[in-house]
Design a protein around this ligand. Structure first.
Ligand code: FPP
Length: 247
């Protein structure tokens, strides 16, 4: 397993540990199908996998973990699957509220929270409130999230501020402050388990310079050892940010 390392310097990575890891949770349905179980059983195991991987990220010194749990397009799934996912998320946030204070884990939901069921909105407000009291590892869960939707909303909010005389310049950094991810550094490493190799409308703005890692492992089977493999691959990459290394 990766050595324990703390990254407080603000560098993209310290001792080979990326500062911010993003993961597209994929493969829950297929995991369940392979076992003759309902898809919702895959989501239940997938949420436990998230708990384990978040703890592992915190232990090895990752500062931010952002996962794509429910997209703006996922509402089109069968109604019983959507309600099962919402129920699971509610259960997860409820349990997190009890443990995040003890473990000093900050949790933030990125996405259109107002479109979530009211009980879930209340839990999100509570996790936000607890998170404001701490520093340290932060888990971000993207819910009712779409990358294009995020950018369009940010543009609308900027336009409103501009019209009201509250904004005049617009740099990339200024625009970033209108996104759900305001204040969070961009992901260094984006992992997609489940065998697909696409971004699926996830963190389109923020992943401009992320390293992508794809694996066939289905999300419920994802382990800390799999994360170590992704980090090892990340450390073999040559991040040039569009520049030439030895001109
Ligand atoms: C993708 O697998 C998974 C989802 C759309 C739902 C993810 C939700 C959870 C894991 C529940 C709770 C999450 C957290 C963070 C507590 P899929 O259904 O698209 O799988 P498939 O591609 O095999 O069909």
């Amino acid at each position: 397993m990766a050595e324990k390392a703390m990254n407080k310097a603000g560098a993209p990575e310290t001792n080979g540990v990326p500062r911010h890891i993003a993961i597209i949770l994929d493969g829950n349905g297929r995991w369940a199908k392979k076992r003759g179980l309902p898809r919702t059983a895959g989501h239940a195991v997938g949420s436990e996998t998230f708990r384990k991987i978040a703890t592992y990220c915190k232990d090895i010194g990752v500062e931010y973990l952002t996962v794509y749990a429910f997209s703006t397009e996922n509402w089109n799934r069968p109604g019983d699957e959507v309600s099962a996912i919402m129920k699971l998320l509610g259960k997860y946030l409820h349990e997190a509220i009890d443990t995040m204070e003890r473990d000093h884990i900050r949790m933030k939901v990125l996405g259109d929270v107002e479109g979530l069921p009211p009980q879930l909105q209340a839990l999100v407000a509570k996790t936000d409130e607890i998170s404001r009291r701490y520093e340290g590892f932060q888990a971000n869960i993207c819910l009712n999230y779409g990358g294009r939707d995020e950018i369009v909303r940010a543009a609308r909010r900027y336009a409103a501020d501009y019209a009201a005389g509250k904004a005049d310049t617009l740099t990339e950094a200024d625009f970033g402050n209108y996104l759900y991810s305001a204040g969070i550094p961009d992901p260094d490493l984006l992992i997609r388990p489940g065998g697909e190799q696409r971004i699926s409308n996830f963190l389109l703005w923020q992943c401009a310079y992320a390293e992508f890692y794809f694996t066939d492992v289905l999300w419920p089977d994802f382990t800390p050892e799999e994360l170590d493999k992704a980090i090892a691959e990340f450390n073999r990459r040559d991040r040039r940010y569009g520049k030439v290394k030895n001109p």
